[in-house]
Design a protein around this ligand. Structure first.
Ligand code: SAH
Ligand code: SF4
Length: 343
């Protein structure tokens, strides 16, 4: 069993089951996530006898890098190969406020949004805890050599995180662990296509994680064309769930809106969006579409994007127009994987 598949609680249970003290678990976690130990022999505050026992019961297996591509803007895209040959993508983005890592939650995606490269081949499988955690750890290791660290995590890579819910919660706990990677909850964002029951369930999760909802359209007709999930959970249900989430957590929610040229970017769409979101404690994040070579969608011109932005801003909705990251390295979620798989 790979030790990275264990949460702190799992390891505590393990130590108790072999007649050891619970606190051994936090010692091991500190070695793995803070000191970046790659073998049990490095764990000098653990007795040799116990180290032998750990070696019998666990492995420390890392993740295998297949391709790494650096963009001119500093964005780095990693393609990892998992043990079963599956390929997943992770992206490091450099911001003024720190290093943000975009994490994959599933191999492929079942949601099949019409504009997205990740969903093209459907869902292969959900990731394990170790496969999620090791994406962050790999990059944190690299950064540590330059005295930097991962400061932010966004679960916005390949897959629908709320479709891998139990593993997601474990992942959030592991990366947040104060004596480990110590990614502050407020520096973590989970993005969902709008799985209503999970939005509601997530409002009970104790960490102050940011929630982002992929909206991409202001009405059911258009949203159902772009996102199949809208046929299951309609826009009103998503909005209602978000309102309940905000009421319960007192946290602001982000709505993501990809600007697709001639599809959802008219001034009428902007006004409709204003009517939909009025009074909700939210941010809107307008995202320039990252062109996918197998899709017919195009990116909205910058001028039109600015106009769209100003309608929202003038209506009192806090909105940002995100700039594209790593456009020259296929940074759109799932694109590098799709390209490699076609090869
Ligand atoms: N499945 C989740 C999280 C992963 S996708 C979700 O859909 O929210 C993360 C974000 O990237 C979503 O808002 C998604 O719509 C967006 N996205 C997907 N393909 C994109 C592309 N080619 N260009 C820009 N954003 C894209
Ligand atoms: Fe899946 Fe998100 Fe892509 Fe839709 S946008 S196919 S939910 S990864």
């Amino acid at each position: 069993m790979n030790i990275y598949d264990y949460t702190l609680e799992d390891l505590e249970q393990y130590f108790l089951s072999i007649g050891e003290k619970k606190f051994r678990a936090s010692q091991v976690f500190e070695w793995l996530y803070r000191n970046k130990a790659t073998s049990f022999d490095e764990m000098t505050n653990i007795s040799l006898k116990l180290i032998e026992k750990l070696k019998e019961d666990f492995t420390i297996e890392v993740i295998h890098l297949k391709i790494k591509k650096e963009s001119i803007d500093g964005t780095i895209k990693y393609l990892f190969e998992l043990k079963d040959g599956s390929l997943i993508e992770t992206v490091l983005m450099r911001h003024s406020y720190g290093n943000s890592v975009c994490v994959t939650s599933e191999v492929g995606c079942a949601m099949g949004c019409s504009f997205c490269a990740s969903g093209e081949l459907g869902l292969v499988r959900r990731l394990t805890l170790s496969e999620m955690v090791l994406q962050v750890l790999y990059i944190d290791n690299e950064l540590q050599k330059r005295s930097e660290r991962v400061s932010n995590v966004v679960v916005m890579g390949i897959g629908e995180p709320f479709d891998n819910y139990d593993v997601l919660l474990k992942f959030l706990n592991v990366i947040n662990y104060p004596k480990g990677l110590e990614i502050g909850a407020r520096h973590i964002t989970v993005s969902t296509s709008g799985i209503v029951p999970k939005i509601l369930e997530f409002s009970d999760f104790p960490l102050q994680i940011n929630l982002a909802i992929s909206l991409h359209a202001p009405n059911n007709d258009l949203r159902s064309k772009l996102m199949k999930i809208n046929k299951v959970y309609k826009i009103e249900e998503v909005i209602e769930a978000v309102k309940l989430y905000i009421k319960k957590t007192n946290r602001r929610v982000t709505f993501e809106y990809i600007l697709l040229k001639g599809v959802n970017d008219s001034m009428e769409h902007a006004k409709e969006l204003v009517r939909l979101l009025r009074g909700i404690n939210c941010y809107v994040n307008l995202i320039p579409y990252n062109k996918v070579d197998t899709k017919d969608y195009d990116t909205t011109d910058h001028e039109r994007a600015e106009e769209f932005l100003s309608i929202l801003v003038q209506s009192g909705i806090t909105t940002t127009l995100r700039k594209g990251h790593g456009l020259d390295v296929s940074a759109a979620c799932g694109q590098l994987r799709a390209k490699e798989m076609r090869k």
